[in-house]
Design a protein around this ligand. Structure first.
Ligand code: OAD
Length: 263
């Protein structure tokens, strides 16, 4: 049934079972916190200490979290499927820690462990080192900021290009969208474009979203339950197809092998 290109698009719901809060929903960050005070360039200009405190707390939470069975299933598929790309809105490193190769993933909203200069191009990765004071750029002296995309900011053009490049490679047989409210137009746009006319679009989300109307199939269960099951089914289909191809190749090769042996 299946042996083709795969695009997976994920959001905060996939990391929820690792103890990392989502943004919307009953336990989400935006239920009690105001995004305009924490996740905009204006908020950072107004109160960089408040913004840094929030990101340091989130970094600490991510460090203490472990990848769950949803991350692991996606990593397994990434390694074993032919052409694969994960586009995630998550800024945590749980897919990488689950074994997903870095070149098969685009963190379209940035990386929480990246710290970058608010003025020049300087950036550094700070997984371990996290000082309490406001970091200053060693190149130009300006304030350093978290390397994530805030409301009102553009997505990174280089990351968009990776996604577009994958799209140019052809339609996907399978697109899975998991754990996201899919509120941003580019998320729905990529999912629909990637599956083309014939691909399957599977949604994994306990709740209905604006993407649900376009899905071929929706699983209303947690990602940590559905994704391992789905990935195991897909991989057993892929392996069955590969075994059939191997058998055919052996069957076609046999007459040639015997004639060359006779010579
Ligand atoms: P949201 O918090 O908007 O949505 C999380 C989604 O995950 C919801 O649709 C939940 O129903 C679903 N969900 C919860 N638990 C789940 C589980 N165990 N398995 C599967 N799904 C589950 O998070 P995102 O859609 O990722 O952006 O939010 C998108 C962006 O909005 C974020 O990257 C962030 C936020 O503001 C920025 O900060 C720029």
């Amino acid at each position: 049934m299946f042996n083709g290109r795969v695009l997976i698009i994920t959001g905060a719901g996939v990391s929820a079972e690792s103890g990392i809060p989502t943004f919307r929903g009953k336990d989400g960050y935006w239920r009690n916190l105001d995004p305009t005070k924490l996740a905009t360039p204006e908020a950072f200009a107004r109160d960089p200490n408040l913004v840094w405190d929030w990101y340091r707390e989130r970094r600490q939470r991510v460090r203490q979290a472990q990848p769950n069975s949803g991350h692991q299933a996606i990593a397994k598929l990434a390694v074993q499927a032919g052409e694969f790309l994960l586009v995630t809105q998550n800024v945590d490193d749980l897919y990488l820690r689950a074994g997903l190769p870095a070149d098969k993933m685009v963190q379209i909203h940035g990386d929480i462990f990246m710290t970058r200069c608010s003025r020049c191009e300087f950036r550094r990765y700070e997984h371990e080192h996290d000082v309490g004071s406001l970091p200053k750029c060693p190149e130009c002296g300006a304030l350093m900021r978290p390397g994530v995309v805030w409301f009102g900011e553009q997505l990174d053009a280089a990351k968009i290009e990776i996604v577009e490049n994958f799209m140019r490679g052809g339609d996907c047989k399978l697109v899975i969208v998991a754990g996201t409210t899919a509120l941003f137009g580019y998320i729905i746009g990529w999912a629909l474009r990637a599956r083309g006319q014939t691909g399957q679009l599977i949604e994994v989300n306990p709740e209905e979203t604006s993407l649900s109307q376009f899905a071929t199939k929706s699983y209303r269960e947690p990602a940590g339950t559905v994704l391992p099951r789905l990935v195991n089914e897909l991989l057993s289909n892929i392996n069955r197809v590969r075994r059939s191809i191997d058998c055919l190749q052996v069957a076609f090769r046999r007459p040639c092998d015997s004639s060359s042996g006779a010579g």
